[in-house]
Design a protein around this ligand. Structure first.
Ligand SMILES: CC(C)(COP(=O)(O)OP(=O)(O)OC[C@H]1O[C@@H](n2cnc3c(N)ncnc32)[C@H](O)[C@@H]1OP(=O)(O)O)[C@@H](O)C(=O)NCCC(=O)NCCS
Length: 182
């Protein structure tokens, strides 16, 4: 058995595409019909219509870690969410694998209700999260998505995202090995 096949059997591998999201991200036409709101302790339960209790518990952990969460309303209904990590000072690892530089932000854990996909709601969410980030920070905003996630890649590019590198994460024996290809 080849060494790579063996590593795959005892561990896992995934490839992410990493982008910068610029200031003044492009908004899709649907924007006028949507409302963007920040998640807080008092409105968190309204997301239970969109995600299960396990996910809501994870949101509580994100809030406790100081992350900013956002949701989108379409005709008054919660249809999407996303999370934003601010990293003003020291470089640090986030989401267990991503080395976030100092003076940067990272968008992660985004989701759109299956019934409302393909309407530009993710693009709207990304553009609003980008505005929020750059209104509150001087840094650079990053996002990644899986190499197989074509809707996310297209939405990120339509929003003005700039591809910077491909990140392959080999995980085995509880450790990550990262390979960056520019
Ligand atoms: C990825 C996800 C957030 C996209 O949400 P969405 O609201 O449907 O996205 P949008 O409508 O804003 O944009 C989708 C883009 O992908 C395109 N698209 C839609 N389905 C597609 C498909 N099957 N293959 C390729 N492209 C597709 C759309 O045409 C649009 O691109 P365009 O701007 O070039 O026209 C949604 O599918 C989702 O929640 N997936 C599960 C969670 C997830 O993957 N989150 C990770 C995000 S990094």
């Amino acid at each position: 058995m080849k060494i790579l096949d063996y590593i795959k059997r005892i561990g896992s591998v995934k490839t992410e595409l990493v982008y910068k999201i610029p200031k003044n991200a492009i908004k899709p036409p649907i924007s006028e019909r949507l409302v963007f709101k920040e998640i807080n302790a008092s409105n968190l339960q309204s997301l239970e219509r969109l995600r299960n209790k396990e996910v809501i518990n994870r949101f509580e952990e994100f809030i406790a870690r100081g992350e900013r969460g956002f949701f989108v309303l379409y005709n008054g209904e919660v249809v999407a969410h996303g999370w934003l990590i601010f990293n003003p000072s020291q470089p640090r690892k986030v989401c267990d694998y991503f080395n976030l530089p100092a003076a940067s932000g990272f968008i992660h854990y985004c989701y759109v209700d299956t019934r409302f996909r393909g309407k530009g709601i993710y693009k709207y969410l990304l553009s609003e999260m980008s505005n929020y980030y750059y209104e509150n920070s001087e840094g650079t905003l990053y996002i990644d998505t899986n190499i197989n996630n074509l809707p996310a890649q297209r939405a990120i590019l339509s929003t003005g995202g700039i591809f910077i590198f491909k990140l392959t994460i080999w995980r085995f024996l509880g450790k990550n090995v990262l390979i960056i290809k520019r």
